[in-house]
Design a protein around this ligand. Structure first.
Ligand SMILES: Nc1ncnc2c1ncn2[C@@H]1O[C@H](COP(=O)(O)OP(=O)(O)OP(=O)(O)O)[C@@H](O)[C@H]1O
Length: 286
């Protein structure tokens, strides 16, 4: 292996620890272009992070709905739950089994719809056990979930990020071979302000923004079907225009979404049909 200088690596690229270096002899710390096939057992075609910056806007729900929508289309799908201290994915899919370990690595747990799932909550003795870890340990676990889990052949791996722009999101954006991020927002101005920080973080790190989903956007009257916008209307369209990214869906505040999630049957929620999956697929294929 060749050693690179302080600022420039053997391949002539500036040393930054991000992006992709195609010189296989270079040790600049940049990831090789084959980062997706992180071990011989894993062949993951696309990795998509779901991010928000703001807590509670529905990242995990949107991750689960996206994964379910892609699965319904026949793709092989996985979810890496990078929300280490507040993991929700196993609950949404009603998973209780612990991941099995083989000589080669850890096996994800399969949901009823055959989505491969890895989450720290699957290792805990009870689902309400807290995880009280500092940032470096959390980052280490996220990397292990990528490198030491036998994902096998997957078309799409969705990564559910925790809120904020701290250690865990940074690790995912820096260490995983992301095709891009899907941003989840909700219509309140407060959410908007924090979500913009996440968008700018991804932009600063040269991670493509694949699109924005607005969650809890409106309530539909069960009697007359009229849409009520308790937090105001049209904000996500403005955000998409400003950042020049596509709108991937507007989801209502819908009691059944929460009920399906609480019952561990989020895959049965029809809200996944409201996501513009075909548009996302088109963007990813490009
Ligand atoms: N469109 C929706 N309609 C009704 N309830 C929803 C909707 N989206 C999310 N919820 C509910 O809101 C709560 C928070 O959702 P979720 O856990 O997906 O948010 P999050 O952004 O991932 O949270 P965190 O920041 O803690 O990771 C859950 O109880 C979920 O069922």
């Amino acid at each position: 292996m060749t050693e690179c200088g302080n600022t420039t690596c053997g391949c002539g690229e500036e040393k930054c620890g991000q992006g992709s270096c195609n010189d296989e002899n270079c040790t600049c710390g940049k990831e090789s272009s084959d980062k997706k096939n992180n071990n011989e057992l894993n062949h993951v075609k696309h990795v998509v992070a779901v991010m928000s910056g703001k807590g509670g806007v529905g990242k995990s729900t949107v991750t689960a709905l996206l994964a379910s929508a892609f699965r319904k289309k026949g793709f092989k799908v996985g979810i890496l739950d990078a929300d280490i201290t507040g993991p929700s994915i196993p609950k949404l899919f009603g998973l209780k089994d612990s991941p099995k370990s083989t000589g080669c690595g850890l096996l994800p747990v399969k949901s009823t719809e055959s989505i491969e799932i890895m989450s720290l909550n699957l290792f805990l003795p009870s689902e309400d056990e807290p995880v009280i870890w500092r940032g470096p340990i959390i980052s280490g676990v996220i990397k292990q979930f990528w490198e030491e889990v036998i994902w096998g052949d997957l078309d799409y791996l969705f990564v559910d990020l925790p809120p904020g722009t701290g250690d865990a999101p940074l690790t995912v954006l820096q260490s995983l071979p992301l095709d891009g991020v899907v941003i989840v927002t909700s219509p309140q101005d407060l959410a908007n302000m924090v979500v913009r920080k996440a968008i700018k973080m991804a932009e600063k790190m040269d991670i493509p923004i694949l699109g924005i989903v607005e969650n809890m956007s409106y309530v539909q009257c069960p009697d007359c079907g009229k849409k009520i916008f308790p937090f105001g209307q049209g904000k996500v369209e403005l955000m998409c225009q400003e950042f020049k990214v596509p709108l991937l869906g507007i989801l209502p505040l819908e009691p059944s979404v929460s009920a399906f999630g609480d019952q561990g049957k989020i895959g049965e929620s029809a809200s996944s049909d409201l996501l513009r999956t075909d548009l996302l697929l088109e963007i990813l294929e490009k």
